[in-house]
Design a protein around this ligand. Structure first.
Ligand code: SAM
Length: 266
C-alpha cells in the first residue's frame, strides 16, 4: 500500500508494523493460499490492507483481526471496493479461534508482527483442531527454527512443538525491501497444516509441552540432567532413549514416546 492511496504511512514499531508493498510478493502469497469458495479466511494484522484487498478480490469475504484502532476506519473504508471485510479490533492472542470457527475450520493468514511470532504460533496450536491451515510471513530465522530437523543448531522447542502438531513447509523468502519500513532481517513465508486429530499420538498435551520445554531449557545438558525432577534415567531408557543424549538429538517422535511413557506412569 503506498502514500498515493491516502493512508498514513507512519508505522508503529512496537506493533511490528512493516507494511508489504511489493506486488510480486503479495501475488505469490495469495497464490500460495489459493482461496477456495467455501474457505473461511481469517487474517491476523491486516494493517493497511496489502494482503486483505487482493484476498477480498479473490475470495469476496474475509475476517481480519487488527489491534491498532488507528488503522480500522481507513481499512474498512478502502475494503468496500473489494468485498466484505469483517473487522475485529482485538489482540489476536485474546481471540478464541475455536469459537470463531463455529464448528468448522479456519484458514489463518498474515504478515505477522515479528515481536509476537512465537506467542501467536503457540496460541494457534491451542486451537489446532479449528484450523485448516496457516500461511504466515515471519522472520526467516524463525521459519528456519520452525522447520529444523534434529541435529541442527536451530532445532529446539519451537521446531518440536510445531512439527508435533503440524506439517511445516517453508515456501519462499522475502527481502527487507518488500516492506515499508524495511525490517532489518530477511523474511519468509511458511505453510502450517495441523495434523488431523487422532493422528498425533500425544496422550497428554500439557505433559508433552512440559517435557519439551524442560529438555530444551538447558540444551547443553544431557537429558538425564535437563529432565531431573520430571524423569529419571530409567524413564528415559524405558522410552528407548539414551539418558546421556541431548535434547537436540531427539526426534519429535522420541519426545512423544518419552512424554507418553511419563504420562502412563503418572
Ligand atoms: N498485513 C499488513 C501488511 O502485510 O502490510 C500489515 C502487517 S504488519 C507486519 C503486522 C500487523 O499486525 C500490523 O497491522 C499491526 O498493527 C498488527 N498487530 C500487531 N500486534 C497485534 C496483535 N496483538 N493483534 C492483532 N494485530 C496486531
Amino acid at each position: 500500500m503506498s502514500r498515493d492511496e491516502g493512508f498514513d504511512p507512519r508505522a508503529k514499531k512496537h506493533l511490528g508494523q512493516n507494511f508489504l508493498h511489493e506486488r510480486g510478493v503479495i501475488a505469490k502469497i495469495v497464490q500460495a493460499i489459493d482461496p477456495r469458495p467455501d474457505d473461511r479466511i481469517v487474517e491476523i494484522g491486516p494493517g493497511q490492507g496489502a494482503l486483505t484487498f487482493p484476498l477480498l478480490d479473490r475470495h469476496g469475504t474475509i475476517t481480519a483481526i487488527e489491534f491498532d484502532r488507528d488503522l480500522l476506519l481507513p481499512l474498512a473504508a478502502a475494503a468496500r471496493a473489494h468485498g466484505e471485510l469483517v473487522l475485529l479490533n482485538a489482540n489476536v492472542l485474546d481471540v478464541d479461534f475455536t469459537a470463531l470457527a463455529e464448528g468448522g475450520q479456519l484458514r489463518l493468514v498474515g504478515n505477522l508482527p515479528y515481536n509476537l511470532s512465537s506467542p501467536i504460533l503457540f496460541h494457534a496450536l491451542d486451537h489446532a483442531a479449528a484450523i485448516q491451515d496457516m500461511h504466515f510471513m515471519l522472520q526467516k530465522e524463525v521459519v528456519e527454527r520452525m522447520a529444523a530437523a534434529p541435529g541442527s543448531k536451530v532445532y529446539g522447542r519451537l521446531s518440536v512443538m510445531l512439527q508435533a502438531y503440524c506439517t511445516v513447509t517453508p515456501l519462499f523468502t522475502v527481502p527487507p525491501g518488500a516492506f515499508r519500513p524495511a525490517p532489518k532481517v530477511d523474511s519468509a513465508v511458511v505453510r502450517l497444516r495441523p495434523r488431523p486429530a487422532g493422528t498425533i499420538g500425544i496422550d497428554d498435551p500439557r505433559g508433552f509441552e512440559a517435557v519439551v520445554r524442560a529438555a530444551f531449557g538447558q540444551r547443553r545438558k544431557t537429558l538425564r540432567n535437563a529432565l531431573s525432577g520430571i524423569a529419571d534415567a530409567a524413564d528415559i531408557a524405558g522410552a528407548g532413549l539414551d539418558p546421556g543424549a541431548r535434547a537436540e538429538q531427539l526426534s519429535v517422535v522420541d519426545f512423544v514416546h518419552l512424554a507418553n511413557r511419563l504420562h502412563s506412569k503418572a
